[in-house]
Design a protein around this ligand. Structure first.
Ligand SMILES: *[C@@H]1O[C@H](CO)[C@@H](O)[C@H](O)[C@H]1NC(C)=O
Ligand SMILES: *[C@@H]1O[C@H](CO)[C@@H](O)[C@H](O)[C@H]1NC(C)=O
Ligand SMILES: *[C@@H]1O[C@H](CO)[C@@H](O)[C@H](O)[C@H]1NC(C)=O
Ligand SMILES: *[C@@H]1O[C@H](CO)[C@@H](O)[C@H](O)[C@H]1NC(C)=O
Length: 520
């Protein structure tokens, strides 16, 4: 009995000393993004931490240990839905994804400002709550780094983007050459054959990032901070005060590239082992003798908003297939659908992809969806629409587990769509490649969510893990690129050349005079 009380006290003591107070700042109201944020924060609570989350939604799922406190950004979800209804993402051109990205960044800016001014956030800030660590997502939302400054604690940057995230590298001083590291937003993957034009295009993306950062991001962030706080630090002073970057990507799904010592990949952390399917879906899956095609454009893009022409193309193609099609369609009815097509407003992606009858995933190419399909080794047809989706789709093609037919492709036709689907179903190489990628995806020392928890605790234990930070974050640009040395070298060379000229002139000049004298 005494021992019980003693062990209870011990457990309580250990628990209270090991649990940290963690603040998550995630104002973006995208539903698929919030699944990621919520999973990460719940993972930290499950590990025994007291987690506070500033976001557009409240956590409705149970936590096993620790706690989650929501600081709800009331009105953000509604505003986001309004923006989605006004923006026609489906019309985004494929040729210039970069300009569309800049446009969305501008669109998002008021979100960061409203977060700083939101009454619930102001209430949190004026309480004397303390935090041991702040996590936020990088979406050029750098003014939110102020929270780590206010609580005087380490800052962790999470990013949900795929590829090698060129947006976060400079915050941890990881300088990469644009000749071989493709920018996250650029189409096509670099390879040995990448030609002059492609490399120039890639370089342009990096330069535009630089210009955006210095001439738009920094002044705008400073203006927002000045409007919300008295005496805020300059954004340039907190921009790269980053202890850890958690990349939502994984090396199985991108070309190899160097990571800084304080960058960790946790791609797939949001994927839990498959659960039992609802009864109706289980029956559809089990009874599909010729297999199932799962069609979902994610939570942001709605296939009900497809043009009538595109809807008809999909319906006509599906009617010609012998497979069962499960279509995430956001309306009650879909006129003209054939008997092998089932529509649902929502479908559980991971649990469906786990079923042995699943043959093909037709997706918008969102990074989360791509990871879910690779988790289970299912080939994809990517109908990419906007932002990094095109690039993700190119990775799937490059790695041989998918085909791409972007929504606004000029060649989008019934014939083309049908041929691509048949190729993916009939040619076994796509499934083999997806399975091979899946093996790499699962071959890691730790589960990705455990990796995230480990490194966050590591940063807290080691007071910001200053020892992992690259010196490159602290050097001015001319030292960083050895400009001072180059300049000194070329000046020396020039001085040497001048000296040599003078010397030669002296020696040969005299000789010439002598010669002239002799000739005379
Ligand atoms: C709960 O969290 C504490 C750390 O705060 C940890 O020691 C304990 O093992 C956790 N319990 C469970 C069941 O995970
Ligand atoms: C930089 O981060 C450290 C914690 O890692 C913090 O103590 C320091 O105050 C931060 N600096 C600024 C200017 O916010
Ligand atoms: C931020 O929001 C506040 C309050 O809504 C507003 O007064 C201010 O002008 C905004 N600042 C910027 C830079 O948009
Ligand atoms: C469209 O199809 C033609 C012929 O099949 C092909 O040459 C062309 O590259 C395709 N265009 C696109 C944008 O895929």
């Amino acid at each position: 009995m005494r021992l019980d009380i003693l062990s209870f006290i011990l457990v309580f003591f250990v628990q209270c000393c090991h649990s940290a107070r963690i603040l998550g700042v995630f104002p973006l109201a995208g539903k698929s993004l919030n699944i990621l944020y919520n999973r990460l924060m719940r993972g930290l609570a499950d590990a025994g931490h007291d987690v506070t989350v500033i976001s557009a939604y409240t956590n409705k799922l149970p936590v096993k240990n620790g706690s989650i406190t929501d600081v709800l950004l009331t009105g953000f979800a509604e505003e986001y839905d309004l923006m989605l209804s006004q923006e026609s993402f489906l019309d985004s051109p494929e040729d210039y994804p970069f300009y569309t990205v800049l446009y969305y960044l501008e669109l998002l800016e008021p979100t960061w400002n409203s977060t700083l001014h939101h009454p619930n956030v102001q209430k949190l800030l004026s309480s004397n709550q303390k935090f041991d660590l702040v996590i936020t997502e990088h979406f050029w939302s750098d003014c939110l780094k102020i929270f780590a400054h206010i609580y005087n604690c380490p800052l962790v940057i999470f990013t949900s983007m795929g590829g090698i995230n060129s947006w976060v590298n400079d915050q941890v001083g990881n300088l990469l050459l644009p000749s071989y590291v493709t920018h996250t937003m650029k189409l096509r993957v670099s390879s040995e054959e990448t030609n002059f034009r492609e490399r120039a295009h890639n370089l342009l993306f990096y330069i535009t990032d630089y210009v955006y950062k210095h001439y738009f991001l920094f002044p705008n962030s400073n203006a927002m901070l000045k409007g919300a706080f008295s005496n805020p630090p300059d954004i340039a002073d907190i921009y790269d005060n980053v202890s850890l970057v958690l990349l939502g990507s994984h090396s199985s799904l991108r070309p190899a590239a160097p990571l800084s010592p304080n960058t960790v990949e946790i791609g797939g952390f949001h994927i839990d082992p498959p659960k039992k399917l609802p009864k109706d879906l289980q029956e559809i899956m089990d009874n599909a003798k010729n297999g199932v095609i799962y069609f979902s454009m994610g939570s942001q893009l709605r296939s009900k908003d497809f043009s009538e022409e595109k809807k008809k193309i999909f319906l006509d193609v599906f009617a010609r297939l012998e497979q069962t099609v499960l279509w995430k369609f956001e309306d009650e009815t879909l006129p003209g659908k054939s008997s092998n097509v089932y529509i649902r407003k929502w479908l559980p992606p991971v649990d469906l992809l786990a079923h042995p009858n699943m043959k093909l995933f037709i997706t918008h190419g969102g990074y989360g969806s791509l990871q879910e399909t690779i988790y289970h080794g299912v080939p994809v047809l990517a109908i990419s629409v906007v932002a990094d989706q095109h690039n993700n789709a190119f990775q799937a093609v490059q790695l041989g587990f998918g085909l791409k037919l972007s929504y606004n492709d000029k060649n989008f036709s019934e014939k083309n769509l049908f041929n691509k689907i048949i190729e993916l179903l009939d040619n076994p190489k796509y499934r083999e490649n997806a399975q091979a990628r899946s093996r790499i995806f699962h071959d890691r020392p730790m589960k990705p969510l455990d990796t995230a928890v480990y490194w966050i605790e590591y940063v807290i234990r080691n007071k910001g893990a200053e020892h992992l930070r690259l010196l490159s974050t602290k050097l001015p640009w001319y030292k960083l690129y050895c400009m001072d040395i180059f300049v000194a070298f070329f000046i020396s060379l020039w001085v040497l050349y001048k000296l040599l000229c003078v010397l030669l002139l002296k020696v040969f000049g005299k000789n010439q005079e002598k010669l002239k004298v002799k000739e005379n």
